[in-house]
Design a protein around this ligand. Sequence first.
Ligand SMILES: [Mn+2]
Length: 400
Amino acid sequence: MLNGSNGENKTLRDNKTVRDKTLRDTKTVPSVVSANKNADEPFDVISFCKRHFRVDAWANERSQVYTVRELLALIDGAIEAFKKDESLATLSPPCTIVGDIHGQYRDLIRILFSRHDNIDPKNLKAARHMEKFGVENATTSRFMFLGDFVDRGPFSVECICLVFCLKIIYPKQYILLRGNHETKAINFAYGFREELMNKLGQNEGVDVWEKFNEAFAWMPVAGLIGGKILCMHGGISPGLNSLADIRAIERPLADVNDNKLALDLLWSDPIDNLNINSINDRPQYIKNVVRGLSCCFNDAAIAETIKKLNIDLIVRAHQVQDNGFKFSRDRKLITVFSAPRYMLENDNLGAVLKIRENGSLSIKLLKASSRNLKSDRGKGTPKSDKSKTSGSSKSSSLTT
Ligand SMILES: [Mn+2]
């Protein structure tokens, strides 16, 4: 920055300019690294989490200060917690089922704060409340997250750190299922790795990215609520004939291509109701040509799986919905997508599904925050790869 100056005054002036510029830059460029943290200090997830809530994600001007060492310790803690879940993780109602988050940190905060009413985008108090009472306030809530925490949006690191914190502190109350973006080949390409490199520097960013993927390999691939509601990121599989099939999936599963059932649980899609195949009475699994891997399944396949597994409902995520959610024709499967105004390119609502103690359902909608638009647009949001995965931006089921 300093040009070859001749006089001391100029140098001082230039130094000041550089210093001011640096200060300014720190305000606008998110940095998650703090260099001066005592290396001998034991990792304290509660204090980490409390500090995390001071992230001013609403202002979008600064990020949390973490050390790389803390991040690695956080990931180790999450791995230990995931090991205690089965591959089919269980949860009791009442609880909230959350679909794709994709780095939309503000929306994640709003979801964690949703209690009884629709989530008001103007309710900024929620974030302040979380900041103040976050950790303790979470104790009575139970959440089943359907995966895709990272990629696409600008705050993947903040999102994944927060849910890892909650998983470590309340392992039985927060179930974090693995989405197709919690796989290395995908989060290499769609933003998470790049975000870590931007925030941590190239070498440490890659190290932490590798470590995150170690943790992803331990995440459960499906969840079961009250023994009757089966949850996963993508959908069902011709290889799914009993709940025991899911429990038998061995982890760590670094590459989901190595397990056909896990691959389908993370990647498959229901055939759209308008598709002629879906009115076929015969259970059908056809090649998923949109994704280029895994399968699509029709309503008869859903009904057959519900019967075979002796369950009531399947809840999955993985496809953006204009209204935040969508039922299959016979209402045996519901898609929940929780990232409103996905990638700032869609006018979709987000939704979460509340399961009451008696097993009945209600849907809570998340409207996009107008602040979201103003402050996020153009700030490091990874480009859409829709051309690769979906034909048209007008589709009501863009792939995610
Ligand atoms: Mn997905």
